[in-house]
Design a protein around this ligand. Structure first.
Ligand code: CP
Ligand code: NVA
Length: 308
């Protein structure tokens, strides 16, 4: 049984396979979820992820069931393990957006049903696959391209760095002190053969880049640190002046954008922005991941050797 908690759960070949499958028309993929359920568990809000995941399930012939924490009460009404075992009785896959990445590891650790990360504090792998699709639609290949990320080194950055590096691109990151990758993050990237270039000044980081990428300075769950973060990230806004330092780079943002904070209206709505293509690519990424993961494991509903 396979899970996708972050991009490095895949080999580079598997990542390439998923990216290529994502480029195929939906009707050309076998409906591997034929009449089966997919649990879509959300502890945080979502526009792109919920909609793209639910539609991807339908395109593969399955039925998505949206579940919130207030309903199932993981850790309050029932243990994470018992909720996972219960959902495995009905669903072919559990897709989950959680605060604590450790919860995904507990769910996946049971190996009763494939678990797909729909964003945690640690990672956002489906986003990174959509990001690759957007870069490859523009440039043909990720190999040899330089992606510069400006802002908070967060869940999105970790998965992006893995995906870019595993497909032969270079990742350059400019974050203020205190908001850079930890030693643990660097070790993990290093284990995948990836050494991100850290550049202090965003102005230096964007020069020669093919892609300039940013994300919010205040991720979901960090709202209490908002004022302190806005101060820390002063000077890291991706604005027209910064984009002008790289004459041809496209602009990406996972969204939701905080206009006037990490990005200006002029950049987000400008000629070099590809954010709506990027959002649309979330559907292709979700479908390809679900298709792949269903090919890696058996049928739903056989928890701990208790056949139905
Ligand atoms: N990019 C992304 O994950 O968007 P949502 O939070 O709206 O799902
Ligand atoms: N880093 C952001 C991404 C939102 C899609 C967050 O975790 O809130």
């Amino acid at each position: 049984m396979r899970h996708l908690l972050d991009i490095d759960d895949l080999s580079p070949d598997e990542l390439r396979h998923i990216v290529e499958q994502a480029k195929r028309p939906p009707e050309s993929l076998e409906p591997v979820l034929d009449r089966q359920g997919v649990a879509c568990y959300f502890e945080k809000p979502s526009a792109r992820t919920r909609n793209s995941t639910e539609l991807a399930v339908v395109q593969l012939g399955g039925h998505p069931v949206y579940i919130t924490d207030s309903e199932v009460g993981i850790g309050t009404r029932e243990s994470p393990e018992d909720v996972t075992r219960t959902l495995a009785c009905y669903h072919r896959v559990i897709c989950a957006r959680v605060f604590d990445h450790g919860l995904l590891e507990r769910m996946a650790g049971l190996d009763v049903v494939p678990v797909v990360n729909l964003l945690s504090d640690g990672a956002h792998p489906l986003q990174a696959i959509a990001d690759v699709l957007t870069v490859e639609a523009e440039y043909g290949s990720m190999a040899g391209r330089t992606v510069t990320y400006v802002g908070d080194s967060n869940n999105v950055t970790r998965s992006l760095a893995l995906a870019v590096g595993m497909l032969g691109g270079s990742i350059r990151i400019s974050s203020p002190p205190g908001h850079r990758f930890s030693a643990v993050d660097r070790d993990r990237l290093s284990a995948a053969g990836i050494e991100p270039e850290e550049v202090d000044r965003p102005e230096d980081a964007v020069k020669g880049a093919d892609v300039v990428y940013t994300d919010t300075w205040v991720s979901m769950g960090q709202e209490g640190e908002r004022e302190e973060r806005l101060q820390a990230f002063e000077g890291f806004t991706v604005d027209e002046r910064l984009m002008a330092l790289s004459s041809t780079a496209i602009f990406l943002h996972c969204l939701p954008a905080h206009r006037g904070e990490e990005v200006t209206d002029g950049v987000l709505d400008g000629d070099r922005s590809r954010v709506w293509a990027q959002a649309a690519n979330r559907l292709d990424a979700a479908r390809a991941v679900l298709h792949w993961i269903c090919g890696q494991s058996g049928e739903a509903g056989s928890v701990e050797g208790q056949p139905r």
